[in-house]
Design a protein around this ligand. Structure first.
Ligand SMILES: C[C@@](CO)(OP(=O)(O)O)[C@H](O)COP(=O)(O)OP(=O)(O)OC[C@H]1O[C@@H](n2ccc(N)nc2=O)[C@H](O)[C@@H]1O
Ligand SMILES: Nc1ncnc2c1ncn2[C@@H]1O[C@H](COP(=O)(O)OP(=O)(O)O)[C@@H](O)[C@H]1O
Length: 303
């Protein structure tokens, strides 16, 4: 005799699938510091692109509110007190009454404090996840406000596509870029953003030369490279003064075949090389990883 069939218990809770968002690395292809404002922040003018490589955030709307860390970089980061994932969630909750916040799991792959905005990308991914889960439009102004309150780089990461970034980081002009193969290299030396800005030594109210003329767009990689020749990263000299060992990173990238440009991103210490395609970037990655297995070396695509 068969046991009687049991009907599934009725549930009062709607099953909700976890949501996933990518948190791509940000690369400052060029970055001019135009001056220092009275409030201490610096006026920037930067051509920003996003990489195929990044962290990943999953969100369980039904989970206990909080953050779990996973992935190769989990041990390099603490959940509190300053995790940008929770800061972004708090900033949005302060602006949207009744916002439901569940559990985030961060798959940490990008090096921390490395000039490619890993924390900012995570924060932006959190805002996108909370918007999706709470039915907010992705262009809801409160997302942008929460982004800027979380950090200067978060609005660009929320935008998530190549752009000219100006002001403190809040002024964004979309700009399409042709695709590059790219290699990101970090010597696993964390560099504090505030220290690099301070090492520039600008007084409050001081201004510097204006930026180059704004391009209408770029049709070819050669046009981008010509534009970048006049758009260095003004934070690279002070970062190199603070960390003279960055010279080796630049030299190793410059020694890879077919590299078109070598430069530091943001406040460092990640440097990038640009190539015509992903195959060249992958070859370069092998060369550098063989010489420096202790470094973080990531071939990817940009634009
Ligand atoms: C330099 C950049 C370039 O994209 O990238 P990273 O090196 O961080 O990746 C960003 O402006 C970094 O943005 P983010 O890391 O969000 O900066 P915040 O948390 O707002 O500020 C960190 C520190 O940098 C200084 N800061 C930041 C932005 C800015 N426009 N002027 C500044 O002087 C702040 O005064 C603070 O001491
Ligand atoms: N989720 C996060 N990922 C990375 N860094 C974080 C995160 N939350 C907080 N931080 C802190 O934010 C600062 C900047 O980190 P990050 O965004 O990785 O570097 P950068 O601004 O140089 O690109 C570091 O002091 C780091 O400890």
């Amino acid at each position: 005799m068969h046991p009687p069939e049991t009907a599934a218990l009725p549930s009062t809770r709607r099953p909700v699938a976890p949501l996933l968002e990518r948190a791509p690395a940000k690369v400052n292809l060029g970055l001019r510091v135009l001056g220092r404002r009275a409030d201490g922040y610096h006026e920037l003018w930067s051509l920003v692109a996003f990489a195929g490589a990044g962290d990943r955030l999953t969100y369980d709307p039904a989970g206990a509110p909080g953050l779990g860390l996973a992935g190769p970089g989990a041990a390099t980061l603490a959940v509190e007190p300053d995790n940008l994932v929770l800061k972004a969630a708090r900033e949005l909750a302060g602006r949207v009454s009744g916002l439901e916040v569940g559990r985030f799991t961060l798959d940490k792959r990008l090096p921390v404090s490395s000039g490619i905005g890993g924390g900012s990308a995570d924060a932006a991914a959190v805002l996108r996840l909370l918007a999706r889960a709470n039915g907010l439009a992705q262009d809801d102004a409160r997302l942008f406000e929460a982004a800027l309150a979380t950090g200067s780089d978060v609005p660009a990461c929320l935008h998530g596509r190549s752009c000219l970034m100006a002001g403190r980081g809040e002024s964004l002009t979309p700009l399409r870029l042709p695709r590059f193969g790219a290699l990101l290299v970090n010597p696993r030396i964390p560099v504090a953003t505030g220290a690099v800005f301070r090492a520039l030594g600008l007084a409050a109210g001081e201004t510097r030369a204006p930026p180059p003329a704004m391009p209408d767009g770029f049709a070819t990689r050669a046009e981008v490279l010509a534009f970048l020749a006049d758009l260095p990263n003004d934070l690279e000299p002070p970062a190199r003064r603070l960390e003279p060992s960055l010279q080796e990173v630049a030299e190793r990238l410059a020694g890879t075949p077919a590299v078109r440009l070598v430069r530091m991103s943001g406040s460092g210490a990640t440097f990038f090389g640009l190539y015509d395609d992903c195959r060249a970037a992958a070859r370069a990655a092998k060369q550098i990883a063989a010489a420096r297995p202790d470094w973080w070396v990531k071939p990817t695509v940009l634009g």
